[in-house]
Structure formats: C-alpha cells, structure tokens
Ligand binder design. Structure first.
Ligand SMILES: *Cc1c(COP(=O)(O)O)cnc(C)c1O
Length: 404
C-alpha cells in the first residue's frame, strides 16, 4: 500500500520529461498517514466513498503524474478525452466529471439549458424562466444522490405505477431519472421506462454509478437509447475517486459542459475535475477495458472461498455467497453466526477487526449477527490476512462463551 507511483504505460515517455524522475515519487521513508496519525486498513468492504473508494492501478498513477508536469487547455483536454472515451464506449459523446453525482448535475443542467448561456447563468432558479422544472423518479428509485438533480433547481415528482408515470408527464417535465441498481424494485423496469419517455419525447438519465462489473454495462445503456448515462470513476473502474463519466447524447452533454469549469458563473463550478483526474480517468477506463474480466471474477471467487472456508471452521458460524443483481455485482460473502454459540454483535466483532493489526474493514450485514465481505478492493494476497483475522476474532468471541 505504499502507493509509490510506477510509470507503467507512460514509462516510455519519461525520457521526454527530464523532471519526471525519482524526485516525482513519494519522499523515501515518508509515511504521511502514519505521521498524521491516520489509520490505514485492508478494505474487505467495497467501494465506499467514506473509505476513499478504490485503489488506482499503477497505469493510472503514471498518467496522473505525467499530467501534473504540463499545462494544457482544460476544454481542449475535455474535448479530446471525451472523444476518445466515446469511441472506446461506442457512444455519441462523453465527458469526464468529478463523479457520478456530478454527471447527474451536469447532465440535468444540459437538458434544461441547452446551449443558452443566459439560462446557464440562471440555474438553479427556474422560476420565471421557460426552463422545465420537474424530474420524474419512481418511489422505489428514491436515493439520497437524487439531490444532485435538485441542485439544478429541479423538483422531484415521485410515481409508483406505469399509469402514475404517464400521468405525471406534463409540459413541466424536463427529465426522467432511472436508478439502475433498483431496476427490480420498481414497477417499471429499465426498457419500459425508456420507451415511455421516448413516446413522450422526455430526455432520460440512468444512474449506473456502481454498475461495473459487468464491463458490458459501459456500453449497454447508451446502446439501449438512454440519453444520459452516469458512472462513478472510482468504484469498479478504479479511476480517481473524484472522477466519473457522463455518456450519451452530444446535444445534452455539450450543453452540460457549459455549466462546468473552466466557466465560473455556473452551477458546476464546484464540480471541478482537473487534467490529472481527466487523464487518469481515461487511462483507468482503457486499463479496465483491457483486463481479463473472467480471470478476475475467478480470483474473487477463490478469495471468497478461502475466507468462507476459514470462518466456517468456527462452531456456529455460517456463510453464504451472494451476487447482487445490478450494482456491486460481485461475489459477496454474508457471514452470520448463532448468538448462542458466538455471543457477540456485528458491531463488537467489527470493532475488533478494526483495532487489529492490520486493521480490517468489512461491510454492514442485514442484522446484528451478520456482516458482509467482498474481495474486489483487496490487494491480492490480503485475502489470506482477512481469512486469518476473521477466524481469529470469531474464535475469540466463541471461546468467551465456552469459558462462561
Ligand atoms: C456512488 C453512487 C453515486 C455517487 O457517485 P460519485 O461517483 O461518488 O459521485 C450516485 N448514485 C449511485 C447509485 C451510487 O452508487
């Protein structure tokens, strides 16, 4: 975890950049987090923002270091990187944002303002303008991140059934938002939702923030016909945590960029993404597209099995492997225990794991006697430490019962 940048794919260009030498690397012997008294940990939980997301691959850090040595024009970089991403993902247009939430805000802004700079300056105050003012969302798709749509001034209209959805569409409707993760929870599913919107000429946005793997999802929803598709950069793609992708129709994304930096009198000035993250995002995407996804999946399954086999040796502990259908679609180990045999709450066990050496974070389970483990954010090899520590902590708690 020393995170010393290796120049990876960019090593060949090092000759052209005399300042890109050893001095560009972290100062040897400096342990910044330790000096600051900050706990680092093994992430057996997943891609959580509060745990700082994912670890960037060496190729990405190479690109970030490369970009940090030169000036470029921000718009030119966005134009060219966007064109490259659109080509890679076979969609009409693309731009790098500061995250999926920023993609939502800028996409919605583009839909409302078009190329009208006066309207861009008016956001988020829609009252008294001729901009649309409502976004339709299914109740089952209500999520805290929908705040990113409210940021542009849109009001959310919640609907439940197909009938309610069709009735809610009026001349005030600017956008219909679909949360892909909750596809199966809503009454109207992903293709039908799109068809209804298209029949009424309403722009559509799909939030796919955490929806790779599978890699195909990067292509699927623009191909299906969604106007705006939002992905996080720092989840499964392992790009910068402060980056994301907005994919889809040129007319909306180009317009959305009017609300983004370098422009200042805009709703999106605070959603800045600079050259390092833009290039890092592109290289993360290229690297992600090129990896052997089947092999990676097999590795995750083997890691999960190793951890499962270890904890199951503790009397009273049970495990189950679950793969969520859409978002965070990765092998996930549910570890649960009989409180009569292991008299401890998940909070107590997780505190033990946290204060261990090395410290380990796992994810919330469904109740007080379970927690979840994923291995996709581990550095390969850490699964052995996780298996050993989990078994140790569960055994300690189990023994305390046997000893009265
Ligand atoms: C993570 C997430 C977001 C926010 O993504 P950022 O890239 O952190 O801005 C939005 N929607 C969903 C469904 C998410 O999982």
């Amino acid at each position: 975890m020393s995170a010393i940048p290796v120049f990876g794919a960019f090593a060949g260009s090092a000759k052209l950049l005399p300042i890109m030498d050893e001095s560009a690397e972290a100062v040897p012997g400096k342990d910044y987090f330790k000096e600051l008294g900050i706990r680092t940990f093994i992430n057996a939980a997943g891609t959580y923002t509060f745990m700082t997301g994912s670890l960037m691959r060496d190729e990405v850090m190479g690109a970030i270091n490369y970009a940090s040595k030169e000036y470029v024009l921000l718009d030119e970089l966005q134009d060219k990187v966007g064109a490259r991403i659109a080509k890679l993902l076979r969609c009409e247009y693309a731009t790098v944002t500061s995250g999926a939430a920023a993609a939502m805000t800028l996409g919605a802004a583009g839909v409302l303002t078009g190329m009208d700079e006066k309207k861009v300056a008016q956001l988020p105050f829609l009252e008294g303008t001729d901009m649309k003012r409502e976004v339709i969302i299914q109740k089952a798709h209500d999520i805290a991140y929908a705040h990113a749509l409210k940021n542009v001034g849109l009001q959310i209209v919640y609907v439940e059934s197909r009938e309610e959805l069709e009735k809610a569409i009026t001349d005030k409707t600017g956008l219909m938002y679909f949360l892909n993760a909750n596809n199966f929870e809503g009454k109207v599913q992903v293709e039908e939702f799109l068809k209804i919107a298209q029949a009424h000429n309403i722009p559509t946005m799909i939030d796919c923030a955490a929806d790779v793997p599978p890699v195909e999802n990067l292509f699927k929803y623009t191909e299906m016909g969604y106007d705006l598709v939002c992905f996080s950069g720092g989840k499964g793609i392992r790009g910068p945590q402060s980056a994301g992708l907005l994919l889809g129709r040129k007319k909306y994304i180009e317009a959305g960029r009017l609300s983004a930096p370098p422009r200042g009198n805009t709703i999106g000035r605070g959603l800045k993404v600079n050259k390092e993250e833009i290039l890092g995002m592109l290289v993360a995407l290229e690297t992600y597209l090129a990896i052997d996804h089947a092999k990676e999946w097999k590795m995750w399954e083997a890691q999960i099995k190793l951890i499962s086999d270890a904890v199951k040796t503790v009397s009273g502990v049970e495990t189950k492997v679950v793969v969520p259908p859409v978002a965070n679609h990765i092998p996930t180990l549910h570890i649960s225990w009989d409180p009569k045999k292991v008299p401890a709450t998940a909070a107590e066990i997780r505190e033990k794991l946290r204060s261990g050496n090395p410290s380990i974070e796992v994810a919330d389970g469904a109740n007080q006697h379970t927690f979840n483990v994923t291995t996709w954010m581990l550095v390969p090899g850490q699964e052995k430490i996780v298996a050993t520590q989990l078994k140790k902590v569960l055994t300690e708690k189990a023994l305390s019962e046997n000893h009265g």
